[in-house]
Design a binder for this molecule. Structure first.
Ligand code: RIB
Length: 303
């Protein structure tokens, strides 16, 4: 199985700050680090580090060449990432002393992807392959429809959540990865119009009803991850670590969960593996470079 990640590649500019800046306030940062990110690229890196056969598609400027070099060093095939004359996507990240962040995105190349590039990329993939998508590039709905036509399984992480998500053909999704905020927004209200509760099991109950063909994974920070498909429910647990930087934790989870399921781990074990990978990522600074290697995550006999 080939995994195609069609998604964002960003240059992350990480400003370490005492607290996330408020409106009208000016603060100094104690450090500024330029590093590799983008939800798509991070998920591709996580999948490759977990040992999958991964292909990245997207668009960067000349300033983003280092992203491709880094992805290739992890074994990601970057042949379908176009390099254009504009700027790469950028993420201005404030990282506070508790490890929490606030992010401002500039789309750059992520918004310059064309329908023609999408169609040409998908020609190399078909039945039995899998596509992984997020919400940081243009034409996500068109990619979903074209991938479905070609028989690919669709994994969607609708992040960052915005009004465009509701317009996506969500009934085509096979695996849906959401955090509590995204899950609650998608769950909206129950069939009788009552607001769905805010606890993960309630959100999960609503999402499994709304999307009966999709496996739903709800990540819930320290509470680990919840899984729902029909009446099946499972739960994965995090590893307790000092929180240094939460950036990219969800991307790490997504990549490792897909890899663990592909490697035939039972559901419960796959959730725990993905939670462990995300926990390790949270204990390190940065996004893509903080994603752990398979040797740190999988049980010894599988490394
Ligand atoms: O999920 C983390 C990523 O979100 C960062 O790497 C940043 O680029 C933003 O896209």
């Amino acid at each position: 199985m080939k995994v195609l990640v069609f998604g964002s590649l960003n240059i992350d500019l990480i400003f370490s700050v005492d607290h996330i800046v408020e409106g009208g306030e000016t603060i100094s940062s104690s450090s500024l680090v330029k590093s590799a990110g983008g939800k798509g690229a991070n998920q591709a890196a996580a999948l490759a580090k977990a040992g999958m056969d991964v292909y990245m598609a997207g668009k960067v400027g000349q300033d983003g060449q280092f992203l491709l070099t880094l992805l290739e060093s992890y074994g990601v095939n970057t042949g379908a990432v176009r390099v254009y004359e504009g700027a790469s996507g950028q993420a201005l990240i404030q990282l506070d002393k508790t490890g929490q962040n606030a992010i401002v995105l500039y789309a750059g190349g992520n918004a310059a992807i064309t329908i023609d590039e999408i169609n040409r990329t998908l020609e190399d993939f078909g039945e039995g392959d899998c596509i992984v998508l997020q919400n940081e590039i243009v034409f996500t709905g068109e990619i979903m429809k074209a991938a479905h036509k070609r028989g690919l399984r669709i994994c969607l992480n609708p992040s960052p959540y915005d009004e465009k998500i509701a317009a996506l053909p969500l009934d085509l999704v096979n695996i849906l990865f959401v955090n509590e905020i995204e899950g609650a927004a998608l769950a909206g209200s129950s069939r009788d119009g009552e607001p769905v509760g805010s606890r993960p099991p309630e959100i999960l109950g609503s999402l499994t009803g709304r999307f009966p063909k999709a496996e739903i994974i709800l990540t819930a920070g320290r509470e680990g991850a919840y899984y729902g498909f029909g009446d099946i429910r499972e739960r994965g647990n995090i590893v307790d670590v000092p929180v240094v930087d939460t950036t990219g934790a969800g991307d790490t989870f997504t990549g490792y969960f897909i890899a663990a399921r592909y490697k035939q781990y039972p559901l419960q074990a796959a959730l725990d593996i993905a939670c462990k990978a995300a926990s390790l990522a949270v204990s390190r600074k940065g996004a893509m470079e903080a994603i752990p290697l398979a040797v740190e995550v999988f049980p010894p006999e599988e490394r």
